[in-house]
Design a protein around this ligand. Structure first.
Ligand code: WT7
Length: 575
């Protein structure tokens, strides 16, 4: 095990000392930061926006937005009025507390406004990643029974709105025509409705346990699951953003994640704005030069991204770095998959800053384990548990394991931003708790003598590719929809830049034969049906796929063969 450590620059950190913070910690004390502690009036959007608009921060920049075409700033006051207007738009079309109002939009200020405006009327928001294709959009809108969708004319072709019985209204943002055949849907124009709407709104006060946001995430079997988070998640998102992202009043904070993923909401919206910090959002795709140019232009001081991005930047070499002034950077963070020690050492050489790895997942709603700015860092470790959170390594019976032993990474139930259910699937929700009082993450890890956690891998077949979580089942289901495919199995294959790539093994139906063209076609079939990040980068056509006697395809065997590793117990394999 690696023993070298990198010392902190403690004087810069919000949390003076990890061990004393942990000893003194109480979530109840954290709650005193919110106005509802006094008033009883709870609403995430109020705490993230309006509350600051009622203080000297009203003219402080809340949002810097830029892409190839736009370059805009919005103050907390601007955001308050815009989200009020959007709340009124939703009310005028009949949306109300508890309704699911989904978003399928490119990154844009309108996405942030509509997400928070939705929360202001007590409705549940569901942001969908803009790269989703029809099947992915359909699964999520069907399961959530969303009644309102905010999307754009450029994306509407991927929404099967005529086949979604619960969907009533669609609000289109931006230029382009509405579809001719509207089915039973009423279409509205964002710009027109916003123009008409009042900028004053009576916020819907909710219970802290009321539903706030649905994020769909993949498991190893079945369709994506709707993970429900409630307004109470703010307690954890606020305090983790303060101590893990180390946010301070004058920061310019840049989280590169899209709100279609949980990082893009918990730490791309809620965490920074609950702390009243200026938040930078960059739309579109960009090169290493654009990354560094963005940091220089906006004087970014806190930067949160994913290992795959840091590995790409590392690959681009130091030339790009030298062209820019990155001296504004104070704190750098990485999340989503293992951060190689090599990348951390490169970060020290290149940025003269530590890159702080931390661990959590869609289901946890907020950071659970982290390398704090105030803590010595062991490169390759995810860090230590957040004060007020208990994480442990358990064996298959639920007993806690000692230092250095690999086991199941579990969290004591009851942290503030814990998922509250799986939408329409309470049974699946219960499966997260195999041991009395413990949530099981599906990750394998170990803990060392100093209490640092080390990631080992997933316990199931879930794949993390370029920081995004992909369920093999979804990709396999898509593949077998293709006329040539009899059976398919999908695994994650280690890759130096993307962490893993998706590799598909396919058995063809009679009458079809192996060719490069067919492999290409299968990959783009998944890309067009699901999403680009879910498309297999490698496809291997085989005569048969290894199966259990009960007919289940053995992904672990294919993976072992692929990696030239022992395949383990093959006694259940059909010969
Ligand atoms: C899975 C969760 C963190 C929110 C965005 C991803 C993997 C996450 C790390 C890390 C190694 C990590 C785990 C986890 N993961 N962070 N620091 N080191 N692996 O959320 O899409 O729900 O994925 O991402 O396997 O279970 P998600």
């Amino acid at each position: 095990m690696v023993t070298d450590t990198i010392a902190p620059k403690k004087e810069q950190a919000n949390m003076a000392d990890y061990d004393s913070a942990r000893a003194d910690f109480s979530w109840y004390e954290v709650e005193k930061a919110f106005s509802w502690h006094e008033t009883g009036n709870v609403n995430m959007a109020y705490e993230a926006i309006d509350r600051h608009a009622e203080t000297w921060r009203r003219n402080k920049v809340a949002l810097y937005y830029s892409d190839d075409k736009r370059d805009e700033t919005y103050t907390f006051q601007d955001m308050k009025f815009l989200t009020n207007k959007f709340g009124n738009v939703l009310r005028s079309i009949g949306a109300k507390k508890g309704d699911r109002v989904f978003l399928f939009l490119p990154r844009s200020p309108e996405l942030y406004v509509s997400l928070l405006g939705t929360l202001k009327i007590g409705a549940i928001t569901g942001p969908l990643f803009e790269a989703f294709m029809e099947q992915a959009v359909r699964d999520r809108l069907e399961n959530s029974e969303a009644s309102v969708l905010i999307t754009s004319p450029s994306l509407i072709d991927r929404v099967p709105y005529k086949e979604l019985p619960n969907l009533e209204n669609i609000i289109l943002v931006g230029d382009g025509d509405a579809p001719e055949d509207k089915g039973d849907i009423t279409f509205f124009r964002y710009e027109q409705e916003m123009e008409k709407a009042s900028r004053n709104l009576e916020i819907e006060w909710v219970d802290r346990e009321d539903g706030m946001i649905l994020h769909y995430t993949s498991g190893s079997t079945g369709k994506p699951k709707g993970v429900l988070h409630v307004h109470n998640a703010m307690v954890q998102q606020y305090q983790t953003a303060k101590w893990v992202m180390d946010l301070k009043e004058d920061d310019v904070y840049w989280c590169t994640a899209d709100p279609g993923w949980v990082t893009g909401t918990s730490y791309g919206i809620f965490g920074p704005w609950l702390n009243g910090v200026s938040n930078l959002v960059r739309g579109g795709r960009f090169s290493p030069e654009d990354w560094y140019g963005t940091i220089e232009k906006y004087q970014v001081s806190v930067w949160l991204s994913a290992p795959t991005a840091f590995r790409k930047l590392m690959g681009a070499g130091d030339e790009a770095v030298k062209k820019f002034d990155l001296s504004s950077l104070r704190h750098i963070l990485s999340v989503g998959e293992p951060l190689n020690a090599e990348v951390i050492h490169w970060g020290m050489d290149t940025y003269n800053r530590r890159i702080h790895d931390h661990w959590w997942m869609t289901e946890t709603g907020g950071v659970i384990i982290a390398n704090y700015p105030a803590m010595p860092m062991k490169p390759g470790s995810m860090g230590r548990p957040f004060p007020g959170v208990r994480a442990a390594i358990l064996d298959d019976e639920g007993n806690e394991l000692g230092p250095g032993q690999m086991g199941k990474l579990c969290i004591k139930s009851g942290w503030p931003s814990m998922l509250r259910t799986v939408w329409n699937n309470e049974e699946r929700f219960q499966k997260y708790f195999p041991f009395q009082g413990w949530f099981y993450s599906g990750d394998l890890a170990s803990k060392d003598e100093d209490g640092y956690f080390w990631f080992e891998g997933r316990d199931d077949d879930v794949i993390t590719t370029s920081g995004e979580r992909v369920g093999p089942f979804e990709v396999e289901s898509k593949l077998v929809e293709h006329p040539s495919v009899a059976e398919a199995a999908v695994i994650g294959k280690p890759d130096p830049v993307r962490g893993h790539i998706i590799k598909a093994f396919v058995a063809l139906k009679d009458g079809y034969s192996k060719s490069d063209d067919l492999e290409q076609e299968l990959s783009s079939f998944v890309k067009k049906g699901l999403a680009a990040h879910a498309a297999p980068r490698e496809i291997e056509i085989r005569d048969y796929l290894p199966k259990t006697r009960s007919g289940k395809i053995m992904r672990r065997v294919l993976k072992a063969w692929e990696l030239d590793e022992p395949a383990g117990d093959l006694s259940t394999m059909e010969k």
